[in-house]
Write a protein that binds this ligand. Structure first.
Ligand code: SF4
Length: 605
């Protein structure tokens, strides 16, 4: 087998047992990698109704076949587990260098099970694997943890995935951080690590990933890399301004959610755009492993010094979503959230929920404690004060640490929670891109943009421009294609930004050259469809009620946009959802029939 080692590392933290398992090419062709491997093991080995924080939940760190190769952006890995935020599947993906290093160490994935009786970290140096004491690291920030671990193992070149205080304190949207600022952010995967007393995984590898035909692979990689370099977004906007290049574009199109989606354009967007950030704070770009795009930002501020980020989503979540205009405060807040180990989108989304609950008088000033700043739109004090409190679960921060949905529930205001399946929505108002809205509603991990980035066709024109308010079958089909294609790209171990420039055939070419397979594009997309359905199956077994939960917040379905290009619009989800179920081959109530399970080879579950 090429591009895989065929080896999975299993670490049981309850018993201390470390073992190795093998997989064969048949398994690889069925599940490909990352999300595919993760969902297979979760379906096989855990009860989907299990409490996400119990030792019975498992957490899987998986690479794809192209991870650690020279394929453009081939550095991704994925953390898969049952989410403490949604109660459904969590699959959070991250770049940086950790994924590639894990592959260099000779492992395709790590399955962590059980719970240690004291804080530990896992040290992997090729075949040498140890569970080591991490008591002295408990409570430390992500940056301190990485620094101390590098010193301790005596190797500056190790790569580290760790949690900060938020993960330790079971904040429901805690992230797994690697390379300090890269996050497997969504769904609270960091809190699951915390629940297992697992502070970090430290990896060093010395092996080279072998591909089937080196010369062919090199030439295919060159061709695809050139395509990316020549694309105006992948080779132009993203390297120049980072993902924040989107701020002005999305705002001008009237999709930039403002003050908890009460408006769809932010009056100060220009001042916190990628262009503004580049002019004021950027010192250089920082690409992830093997990435020719290099959207990562390194900024410098007098207050926090040199820091990385923020991404488009984070600028929005900590800015327009809260009515906050001060870019420096947003960058500082992003830095702090990374160091405490949280998801920026859910942090901002939870604070936005609190702000609206406060505005509507449901949260009262006396609920907050004496020194706490009031939740008023645009109040930067909120960022300075509550972020730390959330991570440490102190004062009102303890309630915020439960996430926006549970907070809104405590104050009888769930209609002010802007999320899907208890996960906070990202930075696009779907009333301005209705296919994107269908994507949010049907996403296996709840409110999330990247598992079907319909902004590409609806706003940016990739692979071709679609009317954002068309809700025909062609649009619904496109949502499904994007979901399956994204599952494929994730599973391969690549970054989704390669879709600016590459299409399904390009991924097929790279995979076939690396693996020595001869699969068609349709066969690869079938793997994506299998993964999507397997994740759906997990959610159904975990208790998902499709007709109630494949939905959007009432505001997006019933409150028309007040002004701007999408004035008067809502998302016509009711008209799209039945057609989505039918085109997926599901039942009218959103379940997967036996024939479909058989067709995809999922009937074993
Ligand atoms: S495009 Fe950006 S996020 Fe994706 S691999 Fe490159 S630097 Fe990392």
């Amino acid at each position: 087998m090429f591009a895989y080692w065929g080896r999975i590392l299993r670490v049981n933290l309850s018993t201390g047992k470390i073992s190795e398992e093998k997989f064969d090419e048949k398994f690889a062709q069925k599940w490909l990698g990352t999300r595919g491997f993760g969902i297979y093991y979760l379906l096989k080995e855990i009860d989907p109704t299990v409490d996400p924080f119990s030792p019975e939940n498992k957490i899987i760190y998986a690479t794809g076949p192209l991870t650690g190769t020279t394929a453009p952006t081939g550095g991704r890995y994925m953390v898969i587990t049952k989410s403490p935020l949604t109660g459904y599947i969590a699959m959070a993906n991250s770049g940086g260098f950790f994924g590639a290093e894990l592959k260099f160490a000779g492992w395709d994935a790590i399955i962590v099970e059980g719970k240690a009786d004291h804080p530990v970290y896992i040290y992997i140096n090729d075949d040498q694997v140890e569970i080591r004491d991490a008591s002295h690291l408990w409570g430390k920030l992500v940056s301190e943890t990485e620094e101390k671990l590098r010193e301790e193992v005596g190797d500056k070149r190790v790569r580290i995935a760790s949690i900060g205080p938020a993960g330790e304190n079971l904040v429901r949207f805690a992230a797994v951080m690697n390379d300090e600022h890269r996050a497997a952010g969504r769904g609270g995967v960091g809190a699951v690590m915390g629940s297992k007393n697992l502070k970090a995984i430290v990896v060093r590898g010395h092996k080279r990933v072998e591909v089937a035909d080196r010369a062919k692979f090199t030439s295919v990689v060159k061709e695809k890399t050139d395509k990316l370099r020549n694309d105006p977004t992948a080779g132009g906007g993203l390297p120049k301004y980072g993902t924040a290049v989107l701020v002005n574009i999305i705002n001008q199109n009237g999709l930039y959610p403002t003050r908890n989606f009460q408006d769809s354009q932010f009056e100060y967007a220009e001042e916190q755009s990628g262009e503004a950030m580049t002019a004021k704070y950027l010192i250089r770009n920082k690409p992830c492993y093997a990435c020719p795009i290099g959207c990562g930002r390194v900024n410098k501020l007098p207050t926090v010094g040199v820091t990385e980020g923020p991404e488009y989503e984070s600028i929005w979540a900590l800015g327009a979503h809260l009515g906050i205009n001060d870019l420096a405060s947003i960058i500082e807040a992003n830095h702090l959230i990374d160091d405490l180990g949280m998801d920026t989108i859910s942090t901002g989304g939870t604070l936005a929920t609190a702000m609206e609950l406060f505005e509507k008088g449901l949260i009262k000033p006396e609920d907050l404690g004496e020194e706490a700043p009031p939740f008023r739109w645009g109040n930067t004090e909120v960022l300075h004060y509550y972020i730390e409190k959330i991570a440490r679960r102190e004062g009102f921060g303890d309630k915020l640490a439960e996430g926006g949905y549970r907070l809104a529930e405590m104050y009888n205001g769930t209609e002010y929670f802007m999320g899907v399946k208890k996960q906070e929505l990202p930075a696009y108002d779907p009333r301005g891109a209705e296919g994107h809205g269908l994507g949010y509603a049907t996403n296996n991990r709840g409110g999330c943009h990247i598992k079907q980035y319909m902004i590409s066709p609806e706003i940016l024109g990739y692979p071709y421009k679609m009317d954002p308010h068309d809700i025909s079958d062609e649009k619904v089909k496109m949502v499904i294609i994007f979901q399956d294609l994204t599952a494929l790209i994730d599973a391969a171990g690549l970054c989704l930004f390669t879709t600016f420039g590459l299409g399904a055939d390009d991924y097929r070419d790279m995979l076939n050259a690396a693996l020595g397979w001869d699969l068609t594009t349709e066969e690869y997309l079938k793997i994506g469809e299998r993964i999507w359905n397997a994740e759906r199956l997990f959610n159904l077994k975990a208790g998902l009620d499709p007709l109630k939960e494949d939905t959007l917040p009432k505001r997006l379905l019933e409150e028309p946009v007040k002004q701007g290009p999408n004035k008067g619009r809502v998302v016509r989800l009711k008209e799209m959802l039945p057609r989505y179920y039918a085109l997926r081959g599901w039942t009218e109530d959103g379940r997967i029939p036996e024939e479909k399970l058989k067709e995809l080879g999922l009937d074993e579950f």
